[in-house]
Ligand binder design. Structure first.
Ligand code: 2AM
Length: 186
């Protein structure tokens, strides 16, 4: 199975992302279908089905431990591999933490994933020669879950993403400990 961990945008962000290009896409561009827009946390590639229960246990554990945050997509660009992407101006600390814990958990399971610096992005289109005119403004949505997703071939050969499991991020932010009160003198 070809697997990855991801976060799905909520419906409002999905609609905003899908409508973000206000000019026509360059010829030959393949826009990503609205229901496939996602933020990858870790790409695992082909994984033996026997590892699935361990991956699900890892997802559940991270869901309990990691804290939700807010994603603010304010950067849009084009890479020379033809990808048009949306990215946060600053990567939220909670997202960096989640990806680090995920990578560590995967390494402990002996599952290979990317070791390069994490570059959070949502792919909006592929095979684009350049960036079309885009609407101004940021797209904001909650990063409040993680999902284990299978990438499969659909009936007409197109790639289909199937969510195998999804866990809410329910960890609590650590509060700065307040100083103990000074005992009264005397
Ligand atoms: P991309 O959109 O930048 O191509 C499913 O394929 C998801 O995993 C996509 O979001 C894709 O990112 C990401 N991914 C990361 N590394 C990949 C790889 N080596 N092959 C395919 N997808 C990869």
């Amino acid at each position: 199975m070809r697997l990855f961990f991801a976060v799905w945008p909520d419906n409002a962000a999905r609609a905003a992302l899908a409508q973000h290009a206000i000019g026509p896409w360059p010829r030959g561009t393949r826009p990503i279908r609205d229901d496939a827009l996602h933020l990858t946390l870790a790409f695992l590639g082909d994984v033996d089905e026997a590892v699935l229960p361990a991956l699900e246990a890892l997802g559940a554990q991270l869901g309990q431990r990691c804290v939700p945050t807010r994603m603010r997509l304010a950067k849009f660009g084009h890479w020379n591999n033809g990808i048009i992407w949306a990215a946060p101006e600053r990567t939220p600390k909670a997202l960096t933490g989640l990806v680090a814990e995920l990578r560590q958990g995967l390494a402990e399971l002996g599952v290979e994933s990317d070791t390069r610096r994490y570059k959070p992005h949502i792919t909006l289109a592929r095979r684009a020669s350049h960036l079309p005119p885009l609407a101004p403004g940021a797209i904001v949505y909650p990063l409040d879950h993680l999902a284990l997703v299978a990438s499969e071939a659909g009936p007409t050969g197109q790639v289909v993403y199937r969510t195998l499991a999804r866990w809410p991020l329910s960890g609590r932010k650590k509060r700065a400990r307040s100083k103990p009160e000074t005992p009264p003198l005397g």
